[in-house]
Design a binder for this molecule. Sequence first.
Ligand code: NAD
Length: 319
Amino acid sequence: MKRHLLITGGAGFIGSNFISYLLENSNYYITNVDSLTYAGNLENIQSFVKSNRCRSIQADIGEKTELSKVFDQDYFAIINFAAESHVDRSIEDAFPFIHTNIIGTYNLLQAVITGKANKMIQISTDEVYGSLEPNDSPFTETTSLAPNNPYSASKASADLLVRSYFQTYQLPLTVTRCSNNYGPMQHTEKFIPKVITRALNNIEIPLYGDGLNIRDWIYVEDHCRAIHAVLEKGLAGEVYNIGGSEEKTNREIIDYILEKLRKDEKLIKHVADRKGHDRRYSMDSSKISRELGWRPTISFHEGIQRTIQWYRQNEQKNG
Ligand code: NAD
């Protein structure tokens, strides 16, 4: 039997990697819905729309009437990647984050209520848990939500809506929360592609504050495998944390990439810290490992090699 998935935000970084991954590693038929904001890249979807198992529709998930275009059929599952995703932009103007990340999620939940999809996976982030001190234990699925910027607040709001729809209506809804992703097809406004593309072009690389903020990095393909495991084996009403177990300071990342590219550290330009900049994120992924048998397989060393190679080959297409 043909099983159809509705993937939102498939022209963006993780959504496009996930669709490519599924076309290679599953038999699903896929509808991608994306409004093609500045973050949606047509180049990202060109490879998979050639497949007879994938179609792409331009629509805004925050606009119910537009979104109804995609429900010319029912779906086995919705996987909601679509989001405004850049913290700095949310500090400038939170409204698009509320529109897409909260109202968009609400519209998709309503589609599940009306039977247009059997289940939904909400793709969320470790940022909903707030910030850790250097010696704190990693976030678990039961850590309280404590978002510190409008982006993470909008994602936490969506997670709570999903939780409430599970509790109230007993719908098959699951949330995944992942740490910072890197890899091919990421917009160059994000940290790792910015460092790589600027270093390749000998352009100054901004470093926030003292550069000692810590993130737990995961190669995007490992994240895609985790979502696939949740799609096949995840339980309704559950949250699954996904992390790469590669905690690094921003300064370490820049130094590592400069060394790989044989560039001078004089390219680093210290700039004022981001407002409300979370100090440290760290994920405890033991639940998904134990219950679904997933663990990250691509080391930071290997992932950065692949990412650098991709940006060398595709530089003109991005940013
Ligand atoms: P991205 O910004 O690269 O892509 C987002 C995509 O959503 C774009 O193609 C954009 O056009 C689309 N979009 C935005 N608003 C829309 C709307 N109203 N209707 C339809 N499409 C819309 O983001 P990403 O980095 O690929 O992140 C995908 C998801 O994963 C997000 O929900 C994000 O919160 C989550 N996440 C990201 C990371 C990370 O490190 N990038 C980590 C954890 C979780």
